[in-house]
Design a protein around this ligand. Structure first.
Ligand SMILES: Cc1cc2nc3c(=O)[nH]c(=O)nc-3n(C[C@H](O)[C@H](O)[C@H](O)COP(=O)(O)OP(=O)(O)OC[C@H]3O[C@@H](n4cnc5c(N)ncnc54)[C@H](O)[C@@H]3O)c2cc1C
Length: 311
């Protein structure tokens, strides 16, 4: 067996008796049925970009859905196979002037993997996590039955009242709550309830212009303060860079100020003047002399027209 199927980006290594690369949905269902009858554990694998070892099998069979890679873009939505890569969906959506909001920043991840992990990422500040963008799912259950569930179809069992940690962000475990629907349950279930074999996801109109920049800070506290003050503006993208990461980047980017100990990448789709007027750069940040890059998007294609601006 190719050892790549027994690892992911976490560095964990696993083992398995057999690898099945399913040709289609029927084969996924058949494999799950057969394994269930034999009491054999099955680990569903996506593109292997996960950083937690979630797809690293500990015995049993490995089931890859990489061949189910259909991408069909429609107005406001796309129907995708779980093996389709995020970058393929984004490229297809861009050709129609649309985009898919979830961006865990690793574009080689599969749609199945991002749905199974309820991936969030750089654009979650405005758009939320993957769960919010899934409209319909087809899931092959352990016994081989395939369920097709649409957003709003409630689960058919009583949901126990479980305590939920009082954190702003919490993605571990099933999101059990009264009135939940099947889509809520399957998204984020990491293959424990079945294999996603098809998904319909929401697409949004692509912005005409994007403004991206980096703001540097003397410490983490100042960076957190900045995020708090920017919260009402709901920037399109926010990504925090810590001190060790800045250290790694310094060799490549001389623009990084020597005194910077943290940085935030920001992206917004408002006009540049509105952006600069509306954004208060906290006093404790370095002057926002970081790269401000404006990308024009013409007819849905990201063009190379960029310009740098120093303040
Ligand atoms: C550089 C980098 C940056 C990242 N940044 C973020 C971030 O900012 N926010 C964030 O949330 N995540 C982030 N991630 C994690 C990212 O969300 C996952 O790597 C990705 O979602 C996993 O997709 P995959 O196709 O590689 O799945 P895999 O790694 O192959 O599998 C991940 C899990 O999904 C299950 N699975 C896969 N396919 C299916 C399927 N069809 N049906 C059921 N279960 C399935 C697997 O069993 C496993 O449990 C980052 C990852 C990298 C490498």
């Amino acid at each position: 067996m190719n050892p790549a199927y027994l690892e992911d980006a976490s560095g964990y290594r696993g083992s398995a008796e057999k690898l099945v690369v399913a040709a289609d949905e029927n084969e996924v269902a058949d494999v799950l049925r057969e394994a269930s009858r034999g009491g054999i554990p099955v680990t569903v694998v996506g593109a292997g970009t996960g950083v937690t070892g979630g797809r690293v099998a500990q015995g049993g069979w490995v089931l890859s859905v990489e061949k189910l890679a259909r991408v069909e873009v429609q107005d406001g939505r796309a129907v995708v196979g779980p093996g389709a890569l995020l970058r393929d969906l984004q490229a297809a959506a861009a050709r129609t002037g649309q985009f898919y909001a979830p961006d865990p920043t690793e574009t080689a991840a599969s749609l199945g993997g991002t749905i199974a992990t309820n991936a969030s990422g750089s654009r979650s500040f405005r758009y939320g996590d993957t769960r919010r963008h899934v409209l319909r799912l087809r899931v092959a259950l352990a016994g081989g039955r395939v369920m097709d569930v649409r957003r709003g179809e409630p689960v058919d069992f009583e949901v126990p009242a479980l305590p939920v940690p009082p954190t702003t962000k919490h993605t571990a475990g099933y999101p059990l709550r009264p009135g939940m629907d099947w889509v809520d349950l399957f998204v984020g279930s990491e293959g424990t309830l079945g294999a996603v074999v098809e998904a319909e996801v929401r697409l949004l109109p692509a912005p005409k212009e994007l403004l991206a920049g980096v703001v540097f800070f003397p410490d983490d506290e100042a960076a957190v303060d900045a995020v708090e003050s920017w919260r009402p503006a709901r920037p399109r993208m926010l990504e925090y860079i810590d001190e060790p990461s800045l250290g790694l980047l310094r060799g490549k980017f001389r623009e990084i100020p020597a005194e910077a100990r943290a940085a935030i990448l920001v992206e917004d789709d408002r006009e540049i003047d509105a952006w600069l007027d509306g954004w208060r750069i906290p006093a404790r940040s370095s002057r926002p002399r970081g790269l401000l890059r404006r990308r024009r998007i013409a007819s849905g294609f990201a063009s190379s027209a960029t310009r740098c601006r120093r303040r």
